[in-house]
Design a protein around this ligand. Structure first.
Ligand SMILES: O=c1[nH]cnc2c1ncn2[C@H]1C[C@H](O)[C@@H](CO)O1
Length: 359
């Protein structure tokens, strides 16, 4: 008998890395087509290699990307394919709207310095990567009826890419790109890298939406900086905000949205491995504005249903709270106002709620 799902209703997902959500079968398939040698013999062994088994550190977690990104980066067909398959996978999880994030530079092999993953220089630029992902998401949306938009990531350790990233956000804002993000190791001090700040200033100036990975493994000061300096409208993860009560209270009052990823937070060592001590419980009790997300299902060998299951089993989440979470996610998404209202309306209908209680 099929296992009962914790929340078998339409969902919104706001924090998932496209390059952390690739199918293992696709990695193996692409490697074979490209005549590249895989480090292991089978799909199952590859799955093992690419995923974490036990709670670890963010550094260890991010090192998993090294095992598979070289097979995907620089290949036009693969990049479009992972975007298309991503939408199919989200549709199967009952997601009706998703924002997929990635670094265009980490998938390119030209006009990127340094060229990532020890690739030889080729002819695929970050600009064309964005174009290919847009095509894949768009075709996926048409085929599977899940609306998909993207967020382009700056990387903390690569400040020289950041101005490119904001220019790509501006260029493709009418073609599926809805926001800018800052990902990677948040323990790196952004003050030492003025390019990130400059990119975010340009985002504010040109009306590009902003989210920032902060307070995942880092202290509340990183969250403060994200809000005050980078003018973040949403916080990626944000668990450690609760370590600074004044900041936490202030962000609650401002209705700041936290993009939480329960299973990821355990495996990256961001939070206590005991889910019953998770800051998400505090968020729930305080009726904070947050969403539930997968982050990197490939690296976690997981899926969205499992995150909801954890919330139900260990954190006391009810059907009502799952509905509230998804309506908050819809209200905090980076779609234009009219589309956002349509999305909220769609959820209200699916949950059998009276419209005015949704807004
Ligand atoms: O949980 C995360 N925290 C910080 N950075 C992350 C996380 N998951 C993935 N990334 C990085 C690795 C990816 O290559 C990059 C863009 O998606 O973002």
């Amino acid at each position: 008998m099929a296992e009962e799902l914790a929340f078998n209703k339409p969902k919104v997902e706001l924090h998932v890395h496209l390059d952390g959500a690739i199918r293992v079968e696709t990695i193996v398939d692409v490697a074979e087509r490209r005549g590249m040698t895989l480090p292991v013999a089978t799909v199952e062994e590859m799955r093992d290699l690419c995923s974490l088994k036990n709670p670890s550190t963010l550094t260890e977690f991010l090192s998993k990307f090294n095992h598979y990104m070289p097979f995907i980066a620089g290949d036009r067909e693969a990049i479009k394919r992972i975007a298309y398959e991503f939408v199919e996978d989200k549709a199967k999880e009952g997601v009706i709207y998703v924002e997929a994030r990635y670094s265009p530079h980490l998938l390119a092999n030209r006009d990127v310095e340094p060229i990532p993953w020890e690739q030889k220089e080729g002819d695929l630029t970050p600009d064309e990567v964005v174009n290919l992902v847009n095509q894949g998401l768009n075709e996926g949306e048409k085929a599977f009826k899940t609306k998909a938009r993207s967020i382009l990531c700056c990387m903390r350790h690569m400040p020289k890419w950041s101005m490119d990233v904001i220019e790509l956000c501006k260029k493709y804002r009418n073609d599926g790109v809805v926001a800018i993000d800052l990902a990677g190791d948040e323990l790196m001090d952004t003050k030492a890298y003025p390019e990130h700040k400059q990119a975010y200033e340009e985002a504010v100036k040109s009306g590009v939406h902003r989210t920032v990975h902060a307070g995942e493994v880092g202290p509340p000061s990183v969250v403060k900086e994200a809000v005050e300096v980078l003018k973040a409208e949403r916080i990626g993860h944000g668990y450690h905000t609760t370590d600074d009560q004044a900041l936490y209270r202030r962000l609650l009052e401002e209705n700041m949205h936290f993009e939480t990823c329960p299973i990821s937070s355990r495996m990256t060592g961001a939070c206590d491995p005991d889910f019953t001590k998770h800051p998400l419980i505090r968020f729930r009790e305080d009726k904070a504005n947050y969403s539930l997300n997968t982050d990197d299902p490939l690296v976690l060998n997981s899926n969205l249903h499992k995150d909801y299951e954890v919330a139900k089993k260990f954190m006391g989440f009810t059907e009502e709270e799952f509905q509230r979470v998804n309506i908050n996610a819809a209200k905090s998404c980076f779609l234009p106002e009219k589309e956002k209202r349509e999305l909220v309306h769609q959820l209200c209908e699916a949950y059998g709620m009276v419209e005015h209680t949704c807004f």
